[in-house]
Design a protein around this ligand. Sequence first.
Ligand code: FES
Length: 282
Amino acid sequence: MDEGKAMAAGEIVDNRPLAPGHYHMTVRLPASFADPSPGQFVMVREAGRMEPLLSRPFSVFDFHRRGEDALLELLYRTVGRGTGLLSGMKPGGALSVLGPLGRGFTMDPGIRRALFVAGGVGVAPLHFLLRRAFASPGKRDPGDAVFYFGAASRDLPASLAGLSGLCDLRIATDDGSRGFHGTVTGLLEGDIDGYDPGGTALFGCGPAPMIRALALLLADRPIPCQVSLEERMACGMGACLGCAVATGTPEGERAYRKVCEEGPVFDIRQILSLLSCEQGGP
Ligand code: FES
């Protein structure tokens, strides 16, 4: 656990469904809450509730300061008891929020084009990165950001329509109800050789099969790529060791690293388990 972080008291300002099984929550936090960087996450639980025991990890979708308040925005999918309970909470509900935690994305100032590849709620940290890098006056030109967004159906992309004002948005859906009919990496595969590897960087977040497909797509293409492995986290605080992934060191050795403490963002080429997936790796 990151001993330098204190649990903050949060109050739900808004908690609404965006698409079937997906919710957007805004949480008011004390002004003392540190600014998160894109790719960092928070651990959240209902204040005072002893069960379920563990807080849940969520990437930051957005973060603002307004007067004395810090406003944290989260995008989440209901996948179990913890997120199910969270989805039923009303404005005014009390939360305990630990964070910001982990190591986020870095965007080299020399990058001329940024490609974002998001699957489902993996859109959350990439939305925050996109806004921080491209959406403010004096920042990068939104025309240099291409955002590939994959979802099960049109519902989630339709609820995040504001993305299209920040970038060149390209959508893939599993059921073909909007955009490309297929996976988001299938959509990217049709475009990827049109990008100059020298000035391009890729940022990804999504379910494990998407990250593996991305690793394969980039295996013989020299485009730098950082991915967030947020799905691998359990306790989120360095206690359970359940998030360890095998990575390669610069010296060519193998080292296990905790996603919650040394990630969740890694260079995709350092994650050995992704590179072995052709041989049926994890
Ligand atoms: Fe438990 Fe990282 S999620 S140690």
